[in-house]
Write a protein that binds this ligand. Structure first.
Ligand SMILES: Cc1cc2nc3c(=O)[nH]c(=O)nc-3n(C[C@H](O)[C@H](O)[C@H](O)COP(=O)(O)OP(=O)(O)OC[C@H]3O[C@@H](n4cnc5c(N)ncnc54)[C@H](O)[C@@H]3O)c2cc1C
Ligand SMILES: NC(=O)c1ccc[n+]([C@@H]2O[C@H](COP(=O)([O-])OP(=O)(O)OC[C@H]3O[C@@H](n4cnc5c(N)ncnc54)[C@H](OP(=O)(O)O)[C@@H]3O)[C@@H](O)[C@H]2O)c1
Ligand SMILES: Cc1cc2nc3c(=O)[nH]c(=O)nc-3n(C[C@H](O)[C@H](O)[C@H](O)COP(=O)(O)O)c2cc1C
Length: 628
């Protein structure tokens, strides 16, 4: 089993969940001496599909039931991918019948198109192109009881472990023998988990010195731009618990014309860590201190896993990697523990000596390998412990810097809906600063929103990339629009309203929900001005403000109150319904309300008929749900 691509593990992942599972699978197979190719679907050379015999696909669903971006395109934005090849109409029916395939889908059943991405791939590859399934497709659900283990979130892992087990059993049975280093056929064994599997390319000293204060730059992703902050305004009242910001920036280097966008498009923001957190890390791993600013290079080129980070920082030093690329503030996933437990080796930092060191090694290993995720969940996810805090708890861990980009999580860009109109000279975001207390009463802050909230006007270091999402189809412009947003969901809807050259629709109803009229009524004056001028028909609702919202609490209550008129627009005037805000219960309840409206006022006789109508709306791009 030495030929490359014979076993391929391909993933599609927007925020890293499926990628992490794919990485774990690849590690487990490598330990069994199976050579694997591990890549995002979009990076896999389409021609190599002919060499693949066993294909393991792990894919999340994103957007409106779509494949993640790294499955649909290469990092450089090219659409010449395996998926684009497979979609070609002229492929013969048996094109993939040389392949045995197993699918793992990851989704969230609060979205109407649950696990659509994996179903699309399955349908094309198995039903139409003849790939043979090793076992039935597995679909994990972040919300549902089946996939979420009664809300602990651990159940998604349970579905993954079932997938992994089936693959390993199959491959072990099929290939019980392997070749040893002398080329003899021997029984397949497992590499001891205490042996660290080195990545193909890792860091080494570059042997050159840097200038004293070198300029920070990023190499490898031209589409990431630098922004200059024009405004960073707090939109909520000072005594309100939530800090929501209007962040305005402009392109630092080019004219605004170079960066076209439409309503529904997003800006990916590449945040960085604060210097004091980097210092805390370096003090914990003090063996890194003396070399933190030494220039480094890769032994074997830039690893594929680094393609998602928006270009690699220059000068390449440990300090810069910790500041710009390594997510030391994140809550680590299972693969982190799987990889770092071997590095629990420093007995000198253990008050209770070897016994304590052994305890720490065992605990970290258990977190990495135990299929019952409850302990990891209780230690890590529930109190939301960061990498930095974990290293502080497990002082026996001495991390080797050479492989740090392999075992430490990487900072992923965060998406923000663009709030400005396409012809605005600047790019405007509306973002809620994430700050909350854990069950241990510890204050936690979101990585990206904390970073953004502290950027001063005039700062030119913001890194961003515009992502075109094509949310509202051109042919639906001029249709009536029902824009529905509790809270910060208002962000992309503002862009719809601001689109004025020409206006996107002359019949816009905006349902906006917040808590108090005088605290978090985001852009309240502007919304009322637009309403007064007839640009929109505004329907605000205040969930904790009885005086201003005596008989309604949430956006769905107002929709219901105006049910006859709104249903007429949806059922008889091809209105677009655009819902945006936090994921979870809200989108489900709004959807149920629309179904009830269709039944009561739209002439749909039962749930089935109303649901079918909604499905048709989705197919036509008239029911848009952007929730996060
Ligand atoms: C397509 C899209 C568009 C988006 N548009 C916007 C937008 O316009 N405006 C906007 O503000 N955001 C938007 N987001 C969300 C945004 O991308 C980030 O996820 C968000 O800002 C948090 O980033 P962060 O780095 O500050 O937090 P992180 O460091 O990533 O932490 C966030 C995590 O903290 C945890 N968390 C947060 N609050 C709590 C709580 N109260 N209790 C327990 N745990 C909690 C959750 O696990 C959450 O996943 C959008 C997301 C997507 C996918
Ligand atoms: N899972 C998460 O991580 C998570 C979930 C929610 C929010 N947040 C955080 O909250 C911030 C975003 O806040 P936001 O103000 O934009 O949104 P929000 O917290 O969802 O609240 C906006 C409005 O929606 C109302 N609401 C609550 N449940 C609803 C439901 N089922 N149906 C309809 N409306 C409902 C709220 O009312 P009441 O509060 O009065 O009920 C409030 O008036 C971010 O910082 C985000 O990180 C995080
Ligand atoms: C903007 C957005 C859109 C989503 N759309 C869908 C969807 O249409 N169907 C679905 O099943 N899950 C959807 N999800 C849920 C994701 O699939 C789920 O959160 C998954 O764990 C993400 O995995 P990843 O980290 O590999 O990207 C969506 C999530 C986000 C943030």
């Amino acid at each position: 089993m030495s030929s490359t691509h014979k076993i391929a593990i391909l993933y599609g992942s927007e925020t890293g969940n499926s990628q992490d599972f794919a990485t774990i699978l690849s590690q487990k197979l490598q330990r069994l001496h199976f050579a694997t190719t591990l890549l995002p679907l979009g990076e896999f050379n389409p021609n190599d599909i002919l060499k693949v015999r066993y294909l393991f696909i792990l894919v999340s669903t994103t957007g409106q039931g779509e494949l993640p971006r790294n499955a649909n395109e290469t990092t450089t934005g090219s659409k010449k991918t395996l998926w684009s090849l497979l979609k070609k109409k002229n492929l013969p029916e048996g094109f993939l019948n040389h392949i045995q395939v197993a699918f793992f889908g990851l989704g969230d059943s609060s979205y109407p198109k649950f696990n659509f991405a994996v179903r699309k791939l399955y349908n094309r590859m198995v039903n139409q192109l003849g790939a043979r399934e090793l076992f039935d497709r597995l679909e994990a659900d972040e919300q549902g009881m089946a996939g979420s283990n009664k809300g602990t979130g651990a159940g998604v892992e349970a579905v993954y472990f079932e997938y992994e087990k089936k693959i390993i059993n199959f491959l072990r049975e099929k290939f019980p023998m392997m070749k040893d280093s002398q080329g003899n056929r021997v029984e397949r064994t497992e590499i001891d988990p205490s042996v660290y599997l080195k990545p193909k390319s890792y860091l080494k000293f570059a042997g050159v010195t840097t200038e004293n204060t070198p300029v920070i730059n990023f190499m490898g992703d031209e589409s990431v731009k630098f922004g200059k902050i024009v405004a960073n305004n707090k939109l909520t009242a000072d005594d309100h618990f939530q800090d929501v910001r209007q962040l305005i920036f402009t392109n630092r280097e080019e004219s605004r014309r170079e960066i076209d966008y439409n309503p529904g498009d997003t800006a990916s923001i590449y945040p960085n860590n604060f210097d004091h957190d980097v210092d805390t890390f370096l003090n914990n791993q003090d063996q890194w201190l003396s070399i933190a600013d030494k220039p480094l290079e890769f032994t074997n080129g830039v690893p594929d896993s680094l393609k998602c980070i928006g270009g690699i920082v220059q000068p390449l030093t440990l300090r810069n990697l910790l500041k710009y690329h390594i997510d030391i503030m994140s809550i680590p996933r299972t693969s982190f523990f799987m990889k770092i437990w071997q590095f629990a080796t420093d007995v000198t930092r253990m008050e209770r000596g070897q016994e304590q060191l052994d305890d720490q090694r065992d605990k970290l290993k258990e977190f990495g390998y135990d299929e019952d995720m409850q302990e990891l969940f209780d230690y890590c996810n529930r109190p939301r412990r960061s990498v930095l805090e974990i290293l502080d708890d497990f002082l026996s861990v001495r991390l080797p810097w050479q492989y740090c980009l392999d075992y430490l999580p990487l900072i992923k860009p965060r998406s923000y809906s663009i709030s400005s109109g396409p012809s605005d000279p600047n790019i405007e975001l509306t973002m809620a600063v994430v700050k909350y207390r854990t069950i241990l009463r510890k204050v936690r802050k979101g990585v990206c929103t904390t970073y953004l909230s502290e950027l001063p006007v005039g700062d030119t270091s913001l890194r961003y990339k515009i992502q075109n999402n094509n949310l509202i189809k051109k042919e639906l412009h001029n249709h009536p629009m029902l824009l529905v947003s509790p809270g910060v969901g208002l962000a992309p809807l503002l862009s719809v309203i601001k689109t004025d050259n020409p206006v996107i629709s002359k019949n816009i109803h905006l349902f906006f929900g917040c808590r108090f009229k005088d605290k978090d009524y985001l852009y309240g004056n502007k919304l009322e001005e637009w309403d007064a001028k007839g640009r929109i028909q505004l329907h605000p609702v205040f969930s904790r403000d009885r005086e201003n919202s005596p008989d309604t609490k949430y956006v769905q209550d107002v929709l219901w109150k105006l049910g006859a008129e709104m249903t007429d627009l949806l059922a008889n005037h091809e209105a677009v319904f655009f819902l945006c805000g936090t994921s979870g219960r809200m989108p489900l309840q709004v959807r149920l309300t629309v179904i009830e409206m269709l039944k009561k006022w739209g002439g749909f006789e039962d749930d089935e008929a109303a649901k079918d109508f909604l499905k048709e709306m989705e197919k036509d791009g008239r029911y848009i749900q952007e929730t996060w």
